[in-house]
Design a protein around this ligand. Structure first.
Ligand SMILES: [Fe+2]
Ligand SMILES: [Fe+2]
Length: 350
């Protein structure tokens, strides 16, 4: 079993303070009566990989970013359904315990409900100005039901991954691009303000759960995490195809078969980059691309990867562990926190 775990009440308390400080309203703070226009990009080229498509004009690339941006908003609405439900579920552990931790998690749930409403609003506004025929068919409740069938350890690990890339996308890419739609940029500015607390809460709760499970249960949870990352990959593969074909039908010009082929691969690579992020997780799904005849190789790679993942997990080879996913490039609590997370309450830019 894991080591005894002391709930870090002070960190939960700081998350509550930050949450209260940055709270916003969808209409009066974010939308402010504005509408999307078709002249500006939604997402930076660094996320969409548009620079690979030299056969597209600059106007085509604006539209390309809008198609991907529309899906980007949908994807957050999708994952936030299971994130909110999971956080609500684990808050039960604090019902008759640490009331500060409970309050922080209740606020987390309330914010994710608001974010889902925000992303539904974004879809309504984008559908006003974009051509008919766009499709995002993933049902949030069906996806959530499948995800929530896994252990809390695995779901929180996936959630931490998602909430960390939310921050890196905004801080390192969206915020820095002066050519983006002001409204789209504001949607993700306000979203990021509340997500900074979520990533910290994810990790605090994930560490708490990790301290209470056996090595056998953790081994099983690693397998579940691998399955979840692969499920994300399956979703982005399907959506990449749908979005590529929507773009091809509605961009106002004919694409050659070769151009369509390149487009589809670029969108898929872009989505895998956006949603699966870390090179090590990328390798988890790369083996899905292997032809069937290489299945033995793929199985061996999976086994090798499991061994390496377990080697960096808490309580295994290198205790004490700074961060269970640090070997994969994630580090929320241990990174310098200036202008990040709870320290954002001191950031005058907010
Ligand atoms: Fe969110
Ligand atoms: Fe969140």
């Amino acid at each position: 079993m894991g080591v005894p775990y002391l709930i870090p009440t002070e960190r939960f308390s700081r998350c509550i303070a930050a949450s209260k400080k940055v709270w916003w309203d969808i209409e009066s703070d974010v939308i402010r009566g504005r509408r999307f226009d078709r002249a500006s990009k939604f997402l930076p080229d660094g996320l969409t990989l548009a620079s690979r498509l030299d056969f597209l004009s600059s106007d085509d690339k604006v539209y390309f970013s809008q198609v991907q941006g529309r899906t980007y908003a949908h994807m957050f609405g999708l994952v936030e359904r299971f994130i909110g439900a999971k956080v609500l579920e684990i808050s039960r552990d604090h019902w008759l315990g640490d009331q500060v931790a409970l309050e922080a998690l209740v606020r987390f749930c309330e914010e994710e409900l608001k974010h889902q409403a925000l992303f539904r609003r974004v879809e309504a506004l984008t559908s006003e100005v974009m051509p008919a025929g766009y499709s995002f068919t993933w049902d949030p409740n069906e996806v959530a039901a499948a995800v929530l069938g896994k252990s809390s350890w695995a779901v929180l690990a996936l959630t931490l991954l998602i909430e960390l890339f939310t921050q890196s996308h905004y801080r390192e890419s969206i915020r820095e691009d002066a050519d983006l739609s002001e409204l789209f940029k504001d949607v993700f500015l306000f979203h990021w303000k509340e997500e900074t607390q979520h990533a910290i809460l994810d990790e605090l709760e994930w560490r708490r759960l990790d301290a209470g499970i056996s090595n056998e249960a953790r081994d099983a949870a690693v397998d579940e995490l691998i399955a979840l990352v692969r499920a994300v990959n399956a979703i982005v593969r399907g959506q990449a195809l749908a979005d590529s074909d929507y773009f091809a039908r509605t961009c106002g010009r004919d694409l050659s078969p070769t151009e369509l082929h390149i487009l589809r691969h670029t969108v898929l690579d872009g989505y895998r980059f956006q949603y699966i992020l870390a090179a090590e997780f990328q390798r988890l799904v790369d083996i899905d691309r292997e032809p069937t005849r290489h299945i033995d190789t793929a199985d061996r790679e999976t086994l090798d990867l499991r061994a390496r993942m377990r080697a960096v997990l808490p309580g295994t080879r290198h205790p004490p562990v700074r961060h269970a996913l640090s070997g994969f490039g994630f580090d929320a609590l241990d990174q310098p926190t200036h202008r990040v997370g709870v320290d954002a309450i001191d950031d005058t830019a907010i």
